[in-house]
Design a protein around this ligand. Sequence first.
Ligand code: NAP
Length: 218
Amino acid sequence: MRIGILGSGLMGGKLGTIFARAGHEVVFSYSRSNAKLEKLARDAGGKARAGTPSDAAKDADALLLAVHWSRVDDVLKETGDLSGKVIVTCSLPMEEDDSGLAIGHTSSGAEELARRVPEARVVSAFNTLPSEVFFSVFEGDAGERRPSVAYCSDDARAKKVAAQLITDAGFDPVDAGPLRIARYTEPFALLMGQLAYEGDRGPAVAYGFEWFNERTLP
Ligand SMILES: NC(=O)c1ccc[n+]([C@@H]2O[C@H](COP(=O)([O-])OP(=O)(O)OC[C@H]3O[C@@H](n4cnc5c(N)ncnc54)[C@H](OP(=O)(O)O)[C@@H]3O)[C@@H](O)[C@H]2O)c1
């Protein structure tokens, strides 16, 4: 697939690198440093390159939205026409000062995004995982016991794309239902962040949670 990375920080940088190493054509975009985008593309190898958000969106089969919530409108403006585009969002709707969720309970960041770009196909995925775990899962030999990652969307094509990307990153994709399920996965992501960064077991605990699957359930 051609994948445009909108926001090439911790999440976009790592996931974009993994997608490139899995054989996808990746465009890294939306950093304050073009040199950083160029370096990410060089280090990722394969068919990765640096570009603007509108380069990233051109002919993309999927776009990964990985910016702080306060940057969403800006990056969407720079991206241009999103008609029919699949947007995989891992962005959490955090307050500007990261003090908590700006949207929750009766809606979610993913649903708000879908309202802002009704012409696009929005799917929520990857946000329950700290970026630090991605490389070890991708490079690890998980065998049959792949950690599960939930995704949700109201759009069948977006779900298919997300499931493929989750698989390519080394995880087991779990269809959690419609986009409104992001009302639960987004706060869950904060719990994962709390455990990973402020608990005493580090990011690995985050995919400890993701191991619940048919093998571990009675
Ligand atoms: N990190 C995680 O483990 C994690 C886990 C779950 C969900 N999330 C969500 O994923 C999203 C991205 O998180 P992240 O940790 O990848 O963030 P990040 O490292 O700060 O990356 C954000 C990207 O946006 C870019 N950006 C462009 N213009 C910017 C501006 N004017 N101000 C600030 N940033 C600008 C940054 O540029 P630079 O390259 O110049 O910094 C960077 O490439 C967030 O919504 C977060 O809630 C993150």
